[in-house]
Design a protein around this ligand. Structure first.
Ligand code: ATP
Ligand code: MG
Length: 419
């Protein structure tokens, strides 16, 4: 047997209803914020991610699914959702639309990571992108969307961690201070962080290794190095969150794993799904559009992991929807009654009633057993007598009660029962 690739998952028909439930909520929230969807290709030129996400990040260095296509071009499966949107914003001249342009995406994301609970090689993200506003109000709006999603999904147990990593100017000073501090601890750091020390010291704050985490406890804090503008922006974001009742924790160790962030960075973390607890991560990326070749455009957004949303909801027992089950299962007894059952089933469906009938040649007893197994609400039995008299025997599956309803009234009867 050929098995599924490591770190990927099937969504089987008995599970897919959870995805539909969540996707509907996500699209509904986007609608309430007047946000339309953007769809970009599953693969892009590798260079887009090297320039956008940054070639000192783990994602670009170690985790990309890169291949050469038959034309000899280097292509990469999306390792995140934002770079493709930035490319599209430039390529489709979205800068000429009324600003800011707000968009959402739902997309598979591919990263060659070590698979574990909450960490896959193909996962799915819902993301928000807001281009063309440098105001802290845009940051607040984006965070408020994430909160609306969690609220509507019944997830009340997430902590919002927020930080500012400043602009390239303040970061230069901070990096120097951080490097000076970390240099004296180099012997105790993991090999990856030793390498990061000169290339991208900020990333060390994001290291998941225990020994590196311990070292960073005493490190200088970026908030102390912000320039006046970045500080004012950060304060305004915090105040705006308070205005609309969003609780947050300022956490100077939140730096995010992608190079494109400037100023605000944030994460919503769940305590109930284990070590991979970050359900949503985002922030501001004012230099990204310019980095990938466009006109300088401020932007802010987030990515939310749908698998981790499901894990969180299941961990707290939040409702995750229900699979389709028939309102009516039409039981036949062969011959003419089979034709009558086929006609009635079609009629039900064209009246928006979820209906099923036997398509496997089962006996009446087996049909009723099957109807019960698939959680049908009613069995509509058409035997010779019913056919002759123009009736249907309606059996309520949960109670076993039966009633006789005229064939002409049956659709109305089921419709009314449905409400
Ligand atoms: P983490 O710190 O957990 O590795 P990240 O910083 O790499 O996350 P982002 O790149 O910001 O995450 O992606 C946004 C969201 O996508 C994460 O908050 C998480 O919910 C989800 N996510 C990221 N990587 C994976 C993965 N390998 N498997 C499942 N979900 C993921
Ligand atoms: Mg990661």
């Amino acid at each position: 047997m050929i098995s599924i690739p490591k770190g990927t998952k099937d969504v089987t028909p008995d599970q897919s209803y959870k995805w539909h439930y969540i996707e509907n909520v996500l699209r509904g929230v986007a609608g309430d914020y007047c946000i339309n969807e953007i769809r970009t290709p599953t693969f892009e030129h590798t260079e887009l991610f090297a320039r956008g996400v940054g070639d000192t990040t783990d994602i670009v260095n170690k985790e990309m699914y890169t291949f050469e296509d038959k034309g000899g071009r280097s292509m990469t499966l999306k390792p995140e959702g934002t770079a493709g949107v930035a490319r599209s914003y430039i390529e489709n001249s979205l800068a000429s639309c009324p600003q800011p342009v707000k968009m959402y995406y739902m997309t598979p994301v591919f990263r060659y990571e070590r698979p574990q609970a909450g960490r896959l090689r193909e996962h799915h993200q819902f993301g928000i992108e807001v281009y063309g506003s440098a105001s802290p109000q845009a940051d607040i709006e984006v965070i408020s969307i994430a909160r609306a999603v969690f609220k509507r999904l019944g997830i009340g147990n997430l902590t919002l961690n927020i930080n500012s990593i400043g602009c390239p100017e303040c970061r230069k000073k901070y990096n120097a201070a951080l490097q000076a501090y970390l240099s004296s601890h180099i012997a105790d750091m993991c090999d990856t962080c030793k390498d990061r020390l000169n290339k991208n010291p900020l990333r060390i704050l994001d290291c998941k290794e225990k020994r590196c985490k311990e070292i960073t406890i005493g490190a200088p804090v970026i908030l102390d190095y912000l320039c006046d503008d970045c500080k004012a922006h950060h304060d305004a974001v915090c105040k705006g969150l308070e205005d609309i009742g969003i609780d947050y924790k300022v956490n100077p160790n939140i730096v995010r794993g992608l190079d494109y962030y400037t100023r605000t960075v944030f994460e919503f973390v769940s305590e109930t799904i284990g070590a991979q607890g970050t359900v949503c991560g985002g922030g501001r990326y004012d230099n990204l559009v310019a980095d990938v070749g466009g006109k300088s455009t401020p932007a802010v957004g987030f990515g939310m992991g749908i698998e981790r949303l499901i894990l969180t909801m299941e961990s707290i027992g939040a409702p995750v929807g229900e699979p389709y089950a028939p309102e009516a299962f039409v039981v036949d007894m062969g011959g003419e009654t089979l034709s009558a059952a086929a006609v009635l089933t079609e009629e039900m469906r064209s009246n928006n009633i979820a209906a099923e009938r036997d398509i496997s040649g089962r006996s009446v007893k087996a049909q009723l057993k099957y109807a019960s197994k698939i959680n049908a609400r009613y069995a509509l039995i058409i035997g010779q007598d019913e056919l002759r008299d123009g009736n249907i025997t309606v059996k309520t599956m949960s109670t076993g009660e039966s009633a006789t309803i005229a064939r002409g009234d049956i659709v109305k009867f089921i419709k009314e029962a449905k409400q």
